[in-house]
Design a protein around this ligand. Structure first.
Ligand code: PLP
Length: 405
């Protein structure tokens, strides 16, 4: 079937929730993808910050292939070798002592929120502490609970009533955090170290440390949502590690499996008690697919390859270079390109107008970028990206901006 045939079929066969770009992707290699008519695109989306090793990385392909031939799935009725090794690979690279696996970012945040409610009820003896504090412009997922703590009305329209009580405060505002936490009725504060979907918003220095201090003083669990910022994206394993601050719970998904669906929460020993089983009672939280051997084999391969190929260093170096090249565009096209922001390979070019049309023109010229926060062109390429790819992307974006201003 041609792309046109498939797009026509999609309009009949798929629920019409997505607003897809009008191309059908068939294959990928590194930071390039091709449509069914063999048109090449430079991919600066990496499947929305998922394909950290690029498309078709041999180490990831080998790990998945071998695991598929060995044991694809067996359930959490039993211990699973790959799951235990994946948990160990994560805890050795961050503050956490323990990991629970699930299948997506929303599921990870859902589990973290459940952990926080139950921690207060069962461990801290404070069942009245049910409130969740979140930030405006945040994005934490599309399940009912994670939608309830996503600080953007546009996503919530028509889905109420949502989970309560939730308090939304401005991102970066420690005074507002102090007021919200002062009532001591919150079980958790959930926050992204850098707001990604909201428009790649980096908080002021000291914000995360300030939250840590406030949460410790008020007995509130601090949850860092590293679903998009984690696994090397910002040049550290996790974005909060730039600030030398640790949460009680961290969530991640996206790049963890390099394209194989997997999510996880990682927690301190103490916080993990919020989801620990109690003899004689039902298992407090579970997932049929969570920690599945295939997904965990992928996670181990992604983590080891990031180390083996020094991809944290590349994310830092290539990220600095990308930011510098984007700054050149701001200098050259000030009427339309107004600022850059981000860290490592999570970079945004802020436009003076909605960014969708510019992203669409980029696609027509062979460059895939996505939009964040309505007016930001988002770059989240594979951590393997090279300067030559960045130069090619900037050349295309430059000509699109010239034509748009
Ligand atoms: N949290 C953050 C920070 C995200 O960026 C996203 C997705 O973009 C999610 C949670 C939800 O992840 P998923 O789409 O895997 O459910």
């Amino acid at each position: 079937m041609t792309s046109a045939d498939l797009i026509a079929l999609a309009s009949r066969a798929l629920i019409q929730n997505y607003r897809q770009q009008p191309i059908v992707l068939g294959r990928g290699r590194g930071v390039e993808v091709w449509d069914l008519e063999d048109r090449r695109y430079l991919d600066m989306t990496a499947g929305i910050a998922v394909s950290a090793l690029g498309h078709g990385h041999p180490a990831l392909v080998a790990a998945i292939t071998e695991q598929a031939q060995t044991l694809l799935h067996a359930s959490n009725l039993y211990f699973l070798e790959r799951q235990i090794l994946a948990a160990d690979a994560i805890t050795r690279r961050c503050f956490a002592d323990r990991v629970f696996f699930c299948n997506s970012g929303a599921e990870a945040n859902e589990a973290a929120l459940k952990l926080a409610r139950r921690y207060q009820a069962v461990v801290a003896g404070a069942p009245q502490r049910t409130r969740i504090i979140t930030t405006k412009k945040s994005f934490h997922g599309r399940s009912m609970a994670t939608l309830s703590v996503t600080g953007q009305d546009i996503y919530r329209d028509g889905f109420g009533p949502l989970i309560e009580p939730v308090t939304e405060i401005d991102f970066g505002d420690l005074d507002a955090a102090e007021r919200a936490l002062g009532t001591r009725d919150a079980c958790a504060f959930i926050v992204e170290p850098i707001q990604a979907e909201g428009g790649i918003i980096v908080p002021p220095a000291g914000y995360l440390a300030g939250l840590r201090d406030l949460c410790t003083r008020t007995g509130t669990l601090l949850i860092f949502d590293e679903v998009q910022t984690g696994i090397g994206r910002t040049g550290a394993w996790f974005a909060h590690q730039h600030e030398e601050v640790t949460p009680d719970v961290m969530t991640r998904a996206k790049a963890l499996g390099g394209g194989v669906p997997i999510g996880a929460i990682a927690a301190t020993d103490d916080a993990a008690r919020g989801l620990a089983r109690i003899e004689g009672k039902a298992v407090p939280h579970a997932s049929t697919f969570g920690g599945n051997p295939l997904a965990c084999a992928a996670a181990v391969a992604v983590i080891e390859t990031i180390d083996n190929e020094a991809l944290l260093e590349n994310a830092k170096e290539a990220g600095r270079y990308l930011n510098r090249r984007l700054e050149e565009l701001v200098a050259k096209h000030p009427a339309i390109a107004v600022a850059t922001r981000g860290r490592g390979l999570l970079q945004g070019l802020v436009l003076s107008q909605p960014a969708a049309a510019v992203a669409g023109s980029c696609r027509e010229h062979g460059l895939l970028v996505s939009v964040a926060g309505g007016v930001v062109i988002r770059f989240v390429p594979a951590l393997t990206v090279k300067r030559a790819h960045i130069d090619e992307a900037i050349t295309i974006l430059d000509s699109v901006l010239a034509a748009s201003s």
